[in-house]
Ligand binder design. Structure first.
Ligand SMILES: *Cc1c(COP(=O)(O)O)cnc(C)c1O
Length: 419
């Protein structure tokens, strides 16, 4: 991990000022551990890069929706981007203001739209003409006015993993940019909908500013075209998507991205950003303990107590995470090439392939850079309990999600058990 908050001190791996061995001893493994200073600093980097320019930073909740992380971000002034009503409930439960929330997603139900309008949502990002009709009918029945942005699909290749590309013309996301003008005319004719913005989000883990800037140019052209026909847009929402350094990638810095955006978007528009991964990704790691070293003729396996139900990214996207030992290896011995695998009955349950590690049974490992799209994708597969999450804040730490209990795992089935 390249986080400045993770380092060896007295031969032991520390996050901020805390020895990770202390957390593993008290909380158990597997568990996620987050650095509060790391994600707050990333948020402040976004915020200060705008200088005097009007902007809003809407943290993308789906990257990590832990209530304490949402609360910490709300406290420093963050707004939020949600993709389900559940995420909106989490934001409000954490003290976030619904008026500062943008609601994206291709499949919002009538129920979700109704609840979002009743909560006083800041903006609904529409992803289709069909959704426009649904939103208008819900708003009319509630007698509620609502700000909307159309998420346009600019047909730009973000050059990232296909599963996290969202702005190509065959993608399910957004409205083809050429169809957007007609939709804005319908929105502006509506008594209930206010066309306040244009949104786009072309993908995730993007490692160059070029595709983002290219997409935003198309959005600016659309905004200026709408102005000519009397439709005044105030916000340009450029989505999230900035990549992080997992395996030696060299993404632009937050400042480079924001500078590029400020140069591309005329001052008359307020810039809205929806970063997720670049805020929480480098701030989190997963602690796991070695159960066995299994050697076969062809391979060495380090079998650990965390699996794909705890961290899905390697199985789902071929995601690469560096694996560090808790004890600094100063022996001069390099260790052998091995695969770090979990206990789950799936070959896909491999957390890291072909790594050189000097480890033995009982050792503690940190799988790094998994603050984003880590714990949120956890599941109970193989009847495994959802793991604990811990927040480190300088020289103190606290559990911000308890390890699930077996009672909670079975309660929804036990009450309705057949006789
Ligand atoms: C996922 C998502 C984001 C955040 O993407 P990151 O790559 O995590 O920054 C922002 N906006 C929308 C609409 C999304 O779906």
């Amino acid at each position: 991990m390249k986080s400045e908050f993770l380092k060896y001190y007295n031969k032991r791996l520390h996050l901020e000022d805390i020895d990770l061995g202390e957390i593993a001893g008290e909380v158990g493994t597997p568990c996620y551990v987050y650095s509060r200073r790391s994600f707050e600093q990333a948020w402040h980097q976004y915020n200060s890069a705008f200088k005097e320019r009007a902007h809003r930073i809407c943290y993308a909740v789906k990257a990590n929706d832990n209530l304490s992380i949402l609360k910490a971000l709300a406290l420093i002034g963050s707004d939020f981007d949600v993709v389900s009503i559940g995420e909106l409930h989490k934001v409000t439960a954490a003290g976030g203001n619904p008026a500062g929330v943008v609601f994206s997603g291709v499949g919002k139900t009538r129920g979700e739209i109704t609840d979002a309008l009743k909560a006083g949502i800041g903006c609904i990002n529409l992803e289709s003409c069909e959704e426009f009709e649904r939103l208008e009918s819900v708003a009319a029945s509630l007698g509620a006015c609502v700000n909307v942005a159309v998420r346009v699909n600019p047909n730009v290749d973000p050059k990232t993993h296909p599963y996290i590309s969202t702005g190509l013309k065959d993608s399910k996301f957004g409205v083809p940019i050429d169809d957007a003008r007609e939709l804005y005319q319908r929105i502006s004719a509506s008594k209930w909908l206010n066309p306040s913005g244009i949104a786009c989000h072309i993908g995730s883990q993007i490692t160059s500013v070029d595709p983002i800037i290219e997409a935003v140019r198309h959005v600016v052209d659309l905004a200026l075209g709408l102005k000519v026909i009397g439709i005044k847009i105030t916000n340009i929402d450029v989505g999230g998507g900035l990549g992080i350094d997992y395996a030696g990638e060299t993404p632009p810095t937050i400042k480079e991205l924001v500078d590029g955006l400020c140069q591309t978007v005329p001052e008359e528009f307020k810039l809205v950003l929806e970063p997720g991964r670049s805020i929480v990704g480098p701030a989190g790691l997963m602690l796991t303990r070695v159960e066995f070293i299994k050697k076969t003729k062809d391979k060495n396996f380090v079998i650990v107590d965390a699996g794909m139900n705890d961290l899905l990214r390697p199985a789902l996207y071929d995601g690469w995470h560096d694996v560090l030992t808790h004890c600094e290896n100063l022996s001069g011995v390099e260790g052998e090439i091995c695969d770090v695998v979990g206990p789950i009955c799936e070959t896909g349950d491999t957390l890291a392939k072909n790594r050189r590690l000097l480890v033995s049974e009982g050792d503690l490992l940190a799988v790094v850079d998994c603050g984003a799209y880590g714990a949120v994708m956890g599941s109970n597969y193989n009847a495994r309990l959802r793991c604990a999450e811990v927040l480190v804040d300088e020289s103190s730490y606290s559990v911000v999600r308890r390890r699930q209990t077996f009672d909670s795992l079975i309660s929804d089935e036990k009450d309705v058990l057949i006789t």
